[in-house]
Design a binder for this molecule. Structure first.
Ligand code: HAM
Length: 421
């Protein structure tokens, strides 16, 4: 049997790559507009980093991590998100000492052992940002504005921002106790996982996808009704600033997001085109994470958005995107003895910045022309014994069929003005 790609992963074939480039170029452009700088961290990290950051009772840590022992018997994990990695790097390189507010973005693969379905993969790609060093709700509102601006630049429509506040270390313990007491009255209706969550981390019951659990918690006390004064003030200002920036949003009191590190602001961007996996992006504040990873007390906030889900929406909506024009120029040779000159032409074209190729397995001139046509070459350079003896080359424009002869030295110059890169 042929070896196939692992379940829940995808090959991005050449004809799909243009869409990825469009999204990636937009990522870089929008990140620059908001003054975020790129950071690249390893694909794998110490397992402990994720356990400490995300919390042992989260779905990611308890069920979804790709964890392995390396040959040195270290426990490593393929990154199931990027926030902990960025914070680890921020602390490791003392970025806090270089600037008061550190604004970073990233783009890359993420690994989660999930049940694959439309929009849910075991390897997906995320664009995310982390802004570290500011607790002001203006930053929270700017991040929501930024993610919505990014989607707008991609031409996405039909997106909704849902927001909530999940409280802080002041108000969360009281709320957790309240929720636990409520859940205890519903214990029989909860799944085994949620019965366990009731004891260890009741907030995580909101992550459960089981319809019976959802029904059991429909009347549960909501965190947003149990915030301390500082958190509710922060949330009110955040919402007012969203209004100021013209962002339509809905407050969703049961939005807690699936990670333990969140404090105060939590948000998700929902698309009506995605079916069950309807979140295209999500994020929130995590004011205690840096300290819990051994760093100073520094507030932070960020978001992550899945590229595959973005591409799904683009497809669903028929969003078009600019594609790079024209393939490489093809150099076709008549006879074997012209091949050397052909290779010389290739070299000089490339040096002039013109993409060029020659079919080294060349058959007849006819089959070389056929191949050039199929590969989308805008021009074919035909080198025959006759042309070469006069120091000339024939340029054939594929779209019109028109031909002209130019000297070998002038070929780069002639083509340069006619090629769309
Ligand atoms: P998240 O909500 O777990 O947040 O993931 C962010 C986005 O990644 C989701 O909205 C979704 O588009 C995409 N995504 C997640 N899992 C999958 C999957 N299995 N297949 C396809 N796409 C997926 C985070 O990861 C946080 N680190 C975001 C953040 C940054 N919070 C603060 N800073």
């Amino acid at each position: 049997m042929k070896i196939q790609r692992p379940r829940g992963t995808a090959d991005i074939l050449p004809e799909e790559v243009a869409r990825w480039h469009f999204v990636e170029d937009t990522v870089r452009r929008v990140a620059a507009l908001y003054n975020y700088r790129e950071i690249r961290t390893p694909i794998f990290e110490s397992t402990e980093l994720f356990i400490k950051s995300e919390g042992e009772s989260t779905d990611i840590v308890s069920k979804q991590m790709y964890t392995f022992q390396d040959r040195g018997d270290r426990s490593l994990t393929l990154r199931p998100e990027m926030t902990p990695n960025v914070i680890r790097a921020y602390l490791e390189h003392s970025l806090n000492q270089k600037e008061k507010l550190t604004k970073l973005y990233y783009l890359g693969p993420i690994f989660r052992y999930e049940k694959p379905q439309a929009g849910r993969y075991r390897q997906h790609h995320q664009f995310g940002v982390e802004a570290i060093g500011c607790a002001e709700p203006a930053l929270d509102a700017e991040l929501v504005e930024m993610i919505m601006y990014f989607y707008g630049e991609l031409g996405l429509a039909g997106l909704k921002a849902v927001v909530n506040s999940v409280g802080c270390t002041q108000c969360r313990p009281g709320y957790s106790a309240l929720l636990r007491n409520y859940l205890k009255t519903k214990l029989q209706e909860l799944c085994a996982d949620c019965q366990r969550r009731t004891e260890v981390n009741p907030l995580r019951v909101f992550d459960c996808k089981q319809p019976l659990c959802a029904a059991a918690i429909s009347q549960a006390p909501r965190v947003s009704d149990n915030l301390c004064d500082t958190c509710s003030g922060h949330f009110r200002t955040f919402c007012a600033l969203l209004e100021e920036s013209g962002i339509a949003y809905t407050v969703k009191p049961e939005l807690v997001r699936g990670l333990d590190y969140y404090t105060r602001t939590a948000f998700e961007i929902i698309s009506e085109d995605l079916g069950a996996q309807n979140a295209v992006g999500g994020g929130g504040r995590y004011d205690d994470l840096i300290e819990s990873l051994g760093g100073p007390s520094v507030p932070a906030i960020g978001f992550g958005t899945g590229i595959e889900r973005i591409l799904m929406i683009m497809e669903e909506r028929g969003v078009t995107f600019p594609t790079a024009g024209g393939g490489a120029v093809s150099v076709a040779v008549w006879e074997e003895e012209c091949a050397r000159a052909g290779r010389g032409v290739l070299r000089s074209l490339r040096r002039a910045g013109i993409g060029a190729e020659m079919d080294f397995c060349h058959g007849s001139l006819k089959s070389q022309l056929r191949r050039a046509h199929k590969s989308g070459s805008p021009f074919v350079l035909v080198l025959g014994r006759d042309e070469l003896s006069r120091g000339m080359v024939k340029i054939k424009e594929m779209s019109t069929g028109s031909e002209q002869e130019v000297s070998l030295e002038k070929v780069g110059e002639t083509l340069k003005g006619n090629i769309t890169k």
